[in-house]
Design a protein. Structure first.
Length: 301
């Protein structure tokens, strides 16, 4: 196999991982967790979202979190922003990279953003332009790429039309999300065969949820196609409040272990990841669903 020698793992646990948790982690615990992750070898952390607390109560303390973390100069700290108000806060508190988001299916977009796809673009255009003017890089998330909880299958041509529009607006990288974890390696292959006719693999990232246990297999398939950036969440935390049945993201600890066994370098310290996972597991008072954490718990008795 002609796999890449190095990959970039983008840790989304503090945002995507926590947003669906019922137990609200204290601000001090979030900060302590992010500080641990900052020195694990990870080079990218998505730490919060500047959304209205009404929609995501777990992330109501975004400003306090961003203000009080101990930043590692070797780490990019990113935050999700839905609109100009969120962007103003992200810029005021020196978030490194801005993430914007939308869905590939109309129904999920309406549930998640309360707007149609066509209504979403003007808002994102304003946010992206303003962020770039402030010297920020902008990343785009597209949800429900491989399937929608309301509509079922999603037309890949629709996904690619959205990609084209976002790149035109100035997005630097697009993260393609399997929000409800329905993708198979064959679907990943079919999609990338189309997408890579238009875009370089370096401009795309993959964001798999592990609802049906196929996230790692899907990542191996994406590696076959030269994709080198993957989103993951420590311990397998995650889920989407507006995607019924969605489980957590592919677990960072499982992903790092697999890649290192494949001689693909991540730069991440596995022991440090386990320590960070044990910390947040204790604070959430629940076992994390990753295989690595299950093995650790079993080995401890």
């Amino acid at each position: 196999m002609n796999w890449p020698k190095n990959v970039t793992i983008k840790e989304v646990g503090p945002r995507d991982g926590l947003q669906n948790e019922k137990l609200i982690l204290s601000t001090s615990d979030k900060i302590a967790w992010i500080d641990r992750l900052s020195y694990s070898g990870l080079t990218y952390l998505e730490i919060t979202s500047f959304v209205h607390p009404k929609w995501i109560p777990q992330l109501a303390d975004a400003v306090e979190v961003v203000r009080n973390i101990k930043r590692n100069p070797n780490v990019t700290y990113a935050a999700l922003v839905p609109n100009m108000k969120g962007l103003e806060s992200a810029i005021a508190y020196s978030v490194d990279e801005i993430s914007v988001f939308m869905s590939a299916s109309e129904t999920h977009n309406k549930q998640n953003i309360n707007k149609t796809i066509s209504e979403t673009f003007p808002i994102l255009q304003e946010v992206i332009a303003a962020a770039i003017d402030e010297g920020k890089t902008v990343r785009g998330y597209i949800s429900t790429v491989f399937g929608c909880p309301y509509e079922g299958d999603v037309d890949y041509n629709q996904v690619l039309r959205i990609c084209e529009k976002l790149f035109t607006l100035g997005i630097g990288e697009i993260s393609l999300g399997d929000t409800i974890g329905v993708a198979s390696p064959k679907q990943v292959e079919d999609f990338l065969n189309q997408a890579l006719k238009r875009y370089q693999p370096q401009s795309l990232a993959m964001h798999f949820h592990d609802t049906r246990g196929m996230a790692l297999a899907n990542i191996v398939k994406a590696l076959d196609y030269g994709i080198t950036t993957f989103d993951s969440s420590l311990g397998g935390l995650g889920g989407c409040p507006y995607a019924p049945g969605a489980s957590g993201n592919v677990a960072t600890d499982d992903l790092v272990h697999m890649l290192e066994k494949m001689n693909i370098h991540t730069g991440v310290n596995e022991k440090s990841l386990v320590d960070s996972a044990l910390f947040v597991q204790k604070k959430l008072n629940k076992p994390l669903p990753s295989h690595r954490m299950a093995m650790y718990s079993y080995s401890k008795g």
